[in-house]
Design a protein around this ligand. Structure first.
Ligand SMILES: CC(C)(COP(=O)(O)OP(=O)(O)OC[C@H]1O[C@@H](n2cnc3c(N)ncnc32)[C@H](O)[C@@H]1OP(=O)(O)O)[C@@H](O)C(=O)NCCC(=O)NCCS
Length: 157
């Protein structure tokens, strides 16, 4: 069973581990800037699944819960906006609607708090994220222009 929780602060929750894992995966895939993506004041929506505990000898001993997905976000109250930082679902749990369930919960939270816009960015090469976003009715609104600053020329060179 899938359970979704919202936490006001991601610290000391399983959401932190997931957000860091997600960022590491994106960095390795060349799909993220190498800047810190998890900050002290982030909030999070976290997805948990019930699993059967195999026990030491391999016999099932009972259910336990595992955190499998996260959306970390900030609330910009002055803009009536949520900004998403990391959306991530552990590989074995993908394509089962986990991100969709996280998103629905985030939208409910936005409604409760009078938030007008939920904003997120993703790399143009991140086809899975762009496809998921489209199915959720999110639209692509801006092109982010990057310019890598070259080193200054040495004096007299
Ligand atoms: C992107 C990601 C969060 C999607 O999570 P998920 O739980 O698998 O998504 P869902 O199961 O809710 O997918 C919802 C719909 O999106 C589409 N979708 C999902 N993954 C897709 C993929 N890899 N390619 C194309 N479409 C995809 C499907 O239409 C899916 O509907 P379906 O049930 O008909 O398949 C997950 O792949 C992930 O963690 N990727 C690595 C981290 C990442 O890229 N995060 C975004 C950073 S900005």
């Amino acid at each position: 069973m899938l359970r979704i929780e919202v936490v006001e602060n991601i610290n000391h929750t399983p959401g932190l581990q997931l957000a860091v894992e997600g960022h590491a995966e994106l960095l390795q895939a060349g799909l993220s800037d190498d800047v810190a993506m998890v900050h002290w004041d982030h909030k999070a929506v976290i997805a948990f699944v019930d699993r059967q505990d195999p026990g030491e000898a391999g016999a099932a001993v009972g259910p336990y819960t595992e955190a499998v997905g996260v959306i970390s976000f900030g609330h910009l109250e002055w803009a009536r906006q949520f900004d998403i930082y990391i959306g991530y679902v552990r590989r074995p749990h993908r394509h089962r609607g986990v991100y969709t369930a996280l998103w629905k919960r985030l939208v409910e939270e936005a409604q409760k708090r009078g938030v007008a816009i939920i904003q997120g960015t993703t790399d143009v090469k991140n086809a899975p994220m762009r496809a998921v976003a489209k199915t959720l009715g999110r639209t692509e609104q801006a092109v982010v222009l990057h310019f890598r600053v070259p080193p200054a020329e040495a004096p007299g060179a």
